[in-house]
Design a protein around this ligand. Sequence first.
Ligand code: GRF
Length: 203
Amino acid sequence: MLKVLVCVSGGGTNLQAIIDGIEQGKIRNTKIVRVISNNPGAYALTRAKEHGIEGISISPKEYENRDAFHKAFLNAVEDASPDLIVLAGFLVVIPAEVIRKYRNRIINIHPSLIPSFCGTGYYGLKVHEAALERGVKITGATVHYVDEGTDTGPIILQKAVEVKKGDTPKILQQRVMEEAEWIILPQAINMIACGELQEEGLC
Ligand code: GRF
């Protein structure tokens, strides 16, 4: 059984896609053991609760300095003893110590086709604003391993999405979530759970 810890910051639609994937059998041999949010008001925590999944909030604002937050975050991760950490709309930089301890066992969903529109400052709606600004005809989403950089780890899966005439950032974000994010993130977790990604050494 692959034990998964999911980190969230907002609405939790990617978390919901994982929950649904497990409940519908599209993600096999997997259990979400904990959800961590840096935002106590994140609706993602409500989604976790509705499905009987433990959700906790660890916000940098609650700690006197970044080191204290990092320590609390690391404890909350290790306490859950996950096999895989999934960043699903998580807007906080993962402490280097966590990346070291969980090398090749942390994955992230990014709402563009990396290497386009990624890196520092590219998150949420900003990604889609940049894609529309540049005038790309195709965008999409990427699941990648997390390393010390920002959106720089090895790519696992990508899925392309058409940009349509009249798209606003909000409309494009919704299409990228529906047609790409909510498909490839569960798919990547299932691949890891079923040993199709040997390099991470989980299987
Ligand atoms: C989405 O745009 C996703 O691409 C990015 O974070 C945003 C919110 O995701 N990773 P969610 O609804 O909280 O899963």
